[in-house]
Design a protein around this ligand. Structure first.
Ligand code: TXA
Ligand code: MG
Length: 359
């Protein structure tokens, strides 16, 4: 199939510019579009056949449910069988925006969209193009991230083209996304909300709104060896993986730099192409290897924004070994490290402290 690539100028487009995309959605086709988090691959959420096409295009396991995107609060009651009070509070605080809530589903939501689950994940995005595509088409859009399964999520239309050209009907190019990391997925079917996937809306932000918030034990780093089954099926896959072998080096900054420099040297001596994920603050400390800056330590937002793009960049550069500095796990750092650790297949080493010679 030929994929139509259409550029949309965000500051002046009309309903007419989206007419073709709307028609494709109504006919059960697939349209990739930008959201504020990452690009999504959209299809009519209530058409089982359309949902099936999403799985085929991405090469996605069929037990991994899709998020249904809406543009009005009233839509929740069309899709969800029960709406707990905490969901309204979270929606008032974070919708439209990067939060996805899991509800018991109503019958009209096909199992093909929910990966066979009795629950449905719903998100109201804030990106104008995403909202208009939903509004103009008059459909709810099932949309996973628009990458090929296992690849880093797309933050630019070119990333979508690299992965899905020829496999989907259309790509709407609305430029680079603003956040760059997927939404937070929170289960609101229980006594209190439970985070199933950390994202841009942090645990602390939600606690401020609803008090008690849990975290699915399966996604906590300390439980990695205990083989819990995550409640968000997507969290069990080795996602976001670059082609090269990624290792995260944790520890004090100077120790991390020294350790990465040594590892880079060893890799180069062994004839490998070696990449380094550095920050604005540390980039000058690596004389060897292909050094890419993920963002600045002064801004967690910049690191979140740079993460997926940098993993793709190392693929293009043919990096065989990649070493990354680690990041703190508070606030947005929890989501950043969750993605980075998955990309690394949980390969982490701790930098050795330098032995002081004058003591
Ligand atoms: O920011 C985002 O959330 C992006 C944009 C496009 O909205 N979408 C996205 O979709 O990241 P996807 O399919 O790549 O990730 C959805 C995650 C998966 O881990 C999936 O298992 C989980 O949400 N999920 C979806 N429905 C669920 C449900 N009913 N119960 C538990 N987890 C669910
Ligand atoms: Mg995804």
């Amino acid at each position: 199939m030929e994929t139509i690539f259409k550029t949309i100028e965000l500051d002046h487009y009309t309903e007419e510019d989206l007419a073709e995309a709307v028609q494709i959605i109504r006919e059960g086709g697939l349209v990739a579009f930008p959201t504020e988090t990452v690009y999504g691959l959209g299809a009519d959420a209530l058409k089982e056949e359309a949902a099936k096409k999403i799985y085929a295009a991405k090469g996605r396991p069929s037990d991994n449910p899709l998020i249904v995107h809406i543009c009005r609060w009233e839509d929740v009651s069309e899709l969800a069988a029960e709406i707990p009070a905490c969901a309204k509070k979270l929606a008032d605080a974070f919708w439209p925006g990067p939060l996805t809530m899991v509800f018991p589903k109503k019958e009209i939501v096909p199992f093909g969209t929910t990966g066979g689950l009795d629950t449905v994940a719903i998100r109201m995005p804030s990106h104008p193009l995403a909202r208009d595509l939903i509004r103009f088409s008059g459909r709810y859009l099932a949309a996973p991230s628009a990458n090929a399964s296992g690849r880093p999520s797309p933050t630019k239309a070119e990333h979508v083209r690299d992965d899905l050209d020829g496999r989907i009907d259309m790509i709407l190019d609305g430029g680079e996304v603003s956040i760059g990391l997927e939404s937070t997925v929170v289960d609101v079917t229980g006594e209190y909300p439970v985070i199933l996937r950390p994202g841009y809306v942090t645990l602390e932000m939600m606690q401020d709104v609803v008090g008690k918030v849990g975290v699915d034990p399966a996604i906590l780093e300390e439980n990695q060896d205990l083989h819990f089954i995550p409640k968000a099926p997507g969290m069990k896959y080795r996602h976001y993986a670059p082609k090269g072998s990624l290792t995260i080096v944790e520890g004090e900054e100077q120790d991390v730099i020294r350790t990465i420099r040594k590892l880079v040297q060893e890799g180069i001596n062994a004839g490998k192409c070696v990449g380094v994920i550095a920050t604005e603050e540390t980039k000058g400390a690596y004389p060897e290897g292909v050094v890419c800056v993920i963002g600045s330590r002064a801004s967690e937002e910049s690191v979140a924004h740079g993460l997926f793009g940098i993993l793709r960049e190392f693929d293009d550069l043919g990096a065989e070994l990649i070493y990354s500095e680690g990041f703190g796990e508070e606030g947005l750092g929890r989501a950043i490290m969750n993605r980075l650790l998955k990309a690394a297949g949980h390969q982490v080493i701790f930098a050795e402290r330098e032995v002081s010679h004058d003591s």
